[in-house]
Design a protein around this ligand. Structure first.
Ligand SMILES: [Zn+2]
Length: 233
C-alpha cells in the first residue's frame, strides 16, 4: 500500500449522514469520547431495563431481546437493519442482545445492506479518489463481490462493541474479515473465514483461519480507520 493514498483519502473523505464522528470511530478514541460512550452505555442499559415490562407485554418469551432492540434503536437512531438477510439480522440482534445484557456493551449498525447501484457509486468514487480499481479495492469491493450487497455484511460501532463482536461473534457466525476494517463483520454460517489484510485481498493475512489477531488495535493509524469507515468493503 502506498502511504500517500490514505493521506489523500483522509483529506478528501466527506462526512456521511448516519456515520459516527471521526473521534468515535478512531482506533484510539479521545478521553472525552470514551467518557461519552460510558454514559451512553449506562443510559442505554437503564433504558433497556425500563422497557422490559412493555417488552414483556408485547413478547413475553422474548422480552429481553425486544427491549434490547428498542433501547439500541434509541441509542443509534440512524441505523437501518432493512435489507439484511433474515439469518444475518437474527444473528446480529442475538449477538447484541447478549452483549448488552451480559456485558453491558452496545453494538450499533453503521452500514448493512447496500443496493448494487449504491455500491457501484461508492466503488467508482473510490476509484476516482485512489486513481485505480486496484487501489480502490484496498477499501471497497465492486457490487458483485460485496457482501453488503448480498445483505450479509455489517459495519458496526463503536470500537468497544466491535471488540466484543470480534471476541464473541463466532457464537452467532459473525466474523471480522479484514485487518484494516475493525468494524466490518460478515455472517458466515459455514464457519470462520480466513482473515484477509484488506478487501480485495485473496491471500489470508494470517497463518490460521479465523485466528483472532487483535488487529483492530494494531492494524494502523486512526485515520486509516476513518477512511475505511467512510467507504468500507
Ligand atoms: Zn463493511
Amino acid at each position: 500500500m502506498r502511504p500517500s493514498i490514505p493521506d489523500r483519502l483522509d483529506r478528501l473523505a466527506p462526512a456521511r449522514s448516519g456515520s459516527p464522528d471521526p473521534a468515535e470511530i478512531g482506533a484510539t478514541p479521545a478521553r472525552s469520547t470514551r467518557r461519552r460512550d460510558r454514559v451512553y452505555r449506562i443510559v442505554t442499559r437503564v433504558l433497556a431495563v425500563l422497557l422490559l415490562p412493555v417488552a414483556f407485554a408485547a413478547a413475553p418469551r422474548r422480552a429481553r431481546h425486544v427491549a434490547c432492540q428498542w433501547a439500541l434503536a434509541a441509542r443509534f437512531p440512524a441505523e437501518n437493519l432493512h435489507g439484511l438477510t433474515p439469518q444475518t439480522r437474527a444473528a446480529f440482534e442475538a449477538a447484541r442482545t447478549r452483549a448488552l445484557w451480559r456485558d453491558g456493551e452496545l453494538i450499533g449498525l453503521t452500514d448493512g445492506y447496500r443496493s448494487a447501484a449504491r455500491q457501484e457509486r461508492l466503488f467508482a468514487e473510490m476509484v476516482r479518489r485512489t486513481g485505480s480499481p486496484q487501489a480502490a479495492r484496498l477499501w471497497i469491493l465492486p457490487p458483485h463481490q460485496s457482501r453488503h450487497v448480498a445483505g450479509t455484511a455489517l459495519d458496526v460501532r463503536p470500537t468497544e462493541g466491535a471488540r466484543w463482536l470480534e471476541r464473541h461473534g463466532g457464537r452467532y457466525h459473525l466474523y471480522r474479515v479484514y485487518d484494516n476494517e475493525w468494524w466490518h463483520f460478515e455472517y458466515r454460517p459455514e464457519g470462520a473465514p480466513a482473515r484477509l489484510s484488506h478487501p480485495g485481498a485473496s491471500i489470508p493475512a494470517r497463518g490460521r483461519v479465523g485466528e483472532p489477531t487483535g488487529g483492530w488495535v494494531t492494524s494502523g493509524a486512526a485515520r486509516h480507520e476513518r477512511i475505511g469507515q467512510w467507504s468500507p468493503a
